[in-house]
Design a protein around this ligand. Structure first.
Ligand code: ATP
Ligand code: MG
Length: 687
């Protein structure tokens, strides 16, 4: 069983594997390390990754991309409405308000959710890893942007589940990068020394993420993050495309926006131009043949012009870079180095901005494209018993504050922004009946709504004396960065003489044991008032003990059932998607076997004909049967490109078997001839 890390980027994905010898990046079926986040549909199968991107322009309506940004969102979300403008494929609202992507698959209209499309890509990544490693793949760590909210994280977990992946952790992208950086660093300060602060900047295709981390030997602690979820390399492409649209309208009277295919090609060409501009500061040409109305177009651009056109993007970048200093409470002189990853940090203007803000040149210690996946693979190895890696403790943060609300006006902040994660807090309620609590993000999040979830705690009853019961809720930012009420328990305390002391102190924070759990009594007797403000349960227990040392306290805790309403697919939906995915995989397999059988037949036809015409078999068959065989090979070839183009696997393999019964005896005669003693002499004679 292999452990892998997946960087699911908006533009491309990388997979890394942790092995005893270190971390390796896995190449896909095209021997490329990056796999485009692209999923396409045809009459016969799904086309995934590189192949999907390659046919994008000719199969625009059925080639889906940019779906990372649709995960966990509703159709009406203003952000996705904006994304839709860039899509040549059809989108529509699903009955539950979610997003439906309508494509033609197997000759029929099909509507898929973003989770399903993501699962299809994951299936491809899983397969690439399986082929490369020759082992089953199950456990993995997948990255997410640190700004992803609960809804998006749950959607990603659902997608992974549909693809049959067991996600040991959803890891924040910049944290994965920090781990990939820290684990091999030899010169980190000891735990007693002042930490080494490093800033990581990941400027990718669709967003910008920055984090500040404190390193000591064997550990890293994320101090803060700052992100712009709506600013990425693609915004530069859009600005350049806009410029050329105006240019082509004025010089050629051609408007690329009126033709989706032309606009898509323009976007691809300006992206190439943008990359060239990162390396060259000369005027660079842009030429597109047969662009629109069968006309060729051309234009040019210089780096400084691009920088002017993208001034807004660059000022957003600068703002986000400055925010990290504020969020992490660091001055630029407190930072030892600024490490850059992500394709768009190759842009010289971005590097200059980084230097201006932090007063030091950005470093490229890490592989810019692969660092995230490598960090994920490392984390996966740390969480899995399958591979041993160096111990390295990672403490992440929860980037947004989280509030808990109950009754009409009960409200408290459970986690302030940039609180350590994963982390649990125990909250105590005094209740006589079932009750519910809701969680919200307490500040603005890059998601239309701040609702996290609602949990209904069942089976709460008054004590036999009619008093309130003590109910402890465990509110948790889990290993995936998802906020949840992990459990609710009823605490029955009985004082009995002669019984052993049974006060339970829970370590609520199993993943960061150095941080103490807090218990806060909050509400009493359903009076909707907070009782004397937060109080520490630990002290409470001490008081109990000091009051009467002879009395023993027996504590019994009973787990209470919880009904929850949060984001994510229901089990029924998940099961139906799983079943659908299974069928599609079977269809893909079947289509692959069919294509393989056709190729095998075609190959055999060419090979045998070549050998019969002027090759090694020419003299091992009489003239007349040879001519007959060659002509039947010719007719099979014609058939293959005509009605034989689209037959079942069986038809091809039957034909191949039939041909072999004719071809193999000839091959056999040659073999026997070669093996005869003195064959070489004879062979010389034949020649
Ligand atoms: P995201 O992190 O936003 O989900 P991603 O991980 O797929 O997306 P990356 O692979 O880090 O994104 O970066 C892709 C972006 O980098 C694209 O917009 C691409 O045009 C840009 N890019 C790659 N190389 C260069 C270069 N040399 N100069 C400028 N931009 C580049
Ligand atoms: Mg990325």
């Amino acid at each position: 069983m292999s452990v892998i890390g997946i960087d699911f980027g908006n533009e491309s994905c990388y997979i890394a594997v942790a092995k005893a010898g270190g971390i390796e990046t896995i190449a896909n079926d095209y021997s490329l390390r990056g796999t485009p986040s692209c999923v396409a549909f045809s009459q016969k199968n799904r086309i995934l990754g590189v192949a999907a991107k390659n046919q994008m322009v000719t199969n625009m309506k059925n080639t889906v991309f940019g779906f990372k940004r649709l995960l966990g969102r509703k159709f009406s979300d203003p952000h996705v409405q904006k994304e839709f403008k860039n899509f040549p494929f059809k989108v529509e609202p699903r009955p539950d308000g979610g997003i439906g992507i309508r494509v033609n698959y197997l000759g029929e209209d099909n509507v898929f959710s973003p989770e399903q499309i993501t699962a299809m890509l994951f299936t491809k990544l899983k397969e690439s890893a399986m082929i490369a490693l020759q082992t089953p793949i199950n456990d993995c760590v997948i990255c997410v942007p640190s700004y992803f909210t609960n809804a998006e994280r749950n959607a990603l977990l659902d997608a992974a589940a549909i693809a049959g992946l067991n996600v040991l952790r959803l890891m924040n992208e910049t944290t994965a990068t920090a781990l990939a950086y820290g684990i091999y660093k030899q010169d980190l300060p000891t735990p007693e020394e002042k930490s080494k602060n490093v800033v990581f900047v990941d400027f990718g295709h669709s967003s910008l993420q920055v984090s500040a981390c404190a390193f000591n030997k064997g550990k890293l602690r994320v101090l803060a993050t700052s992100c712009d979820a709506f600013c990425g390399g693609r915004d530069i492409d859009t600005a350049l495309a806009e410029y050329f649209c105006q240019d082509f309208i004025s010089r050629y009277k051609l408007d690329p926006k009126k033709n989706q295919r032309a606009y898509l090609r323009l976007l691809q060409e300006v992206e190439k131009l943008k990359k060239q501009m990162s390396a060259n500061n000369t005027r660079l040409p842009l030429n597109i043949e047969c662009f629109m109305e069968e006309r060729d177009v051309s234009g040019d651009m210089q780096r400084s012009q691009m920088e002017q056109l993208c001034a807004e993007t660059f000022s957003r970048i600068e703002k986000t870079l400055r925010n990290i200093l504020y969020n992490a409470k660091l001055r630029s002189e407190d930072i030892s180095s600024v490490e850059i990853v992500g394709g768009s940090t190759r842009i010289p203007a971005v590097k200059n901005l980084i230097e201006n803000v932090f007063g030091k040149q950005p470093s490229t210690t890490l592989n810019q494209d692969e660092a995230v996946s490598r960090g994920c693979a490392l984390q996966c190895a740390m969480l899995s018993p399958a591979v041993r890696v160096r111990e390295f403790s990672v403490t992440d943060v929860q980037p947004y504050g989280v509030r808990l609300a109950w009754d009409q006006d009960g409200d408290m902040e459970v986690f302030p922004a940039f609180h350590a994660a994963p982390f649990s807090k125990m909250l105590t309620f005094y209740r006589k009946e079932p009750f519910s609590v809701s969680a919200f993000y307490s500040e603005q999040v890059p998601y239309p709504d701040s609702f996290i979830g609602q949990w209904y705690i069942k089976d709460v009853q008054p004590t036999p004396e009619g008093e309130s019961q003590k109910v402890k809720l465990k509110v948790r930012v889990n290993i995936h960065g998802i906020i949840t009420v992990a459990s609710a328990s009823l605490v029955e305390k009985k004082q009995e003489v002669g019984q052993s002391e049974g006060v339970e102190m829970e370590n609520a924070n199993e993943n960061a044991p150095n941080q103490k759990c807090q218990e806060q009594p909050m509400d009493t007797n359903g009076t909707q008032e907070q009782q004397n403000g937060p109080e520490n349960q630990e002290e409470d227990d001490k008081k109990d003990k000091s009051k009467d040392k002879t009395k023993k306290v027996l504590v019994k805790t009973v787990e209470l059932p919880i009904d929850s309403r949060t984001h994510g697919l229901s089990q029924t939906e998940l099961n139906s998607f799983l079943e659908q995915e299974g069928k599609m995989q079977a269809q893909d397999r079947q289509e692959k076997e069919r294509a393989d059988a056709r190729n095998a037949l075609e190959e055999y036809v060419y090979e045998l004909r070549g050998k019969l015409c002027d090759g090694v078999l020419r003299d091992f068959i009489g003239d007349e049967p040879r001519d007959r065989l060659i002509s039947s090979l010719d007719s099979i070839e014609t058939w293959l490109y005509d009605e034989g183009e689209d037959q079942t696997r069986q038809v091809y393999s039957d034909k191949l078997t039939q041909l072999r019964t004719e071809g193999e005896p000839i091959q056999q005669r040659r073999l026997e001839f070669e093996l005869r003693p003195g064959a070489l002499d004879d062979f010389a004679l034949v020649i």
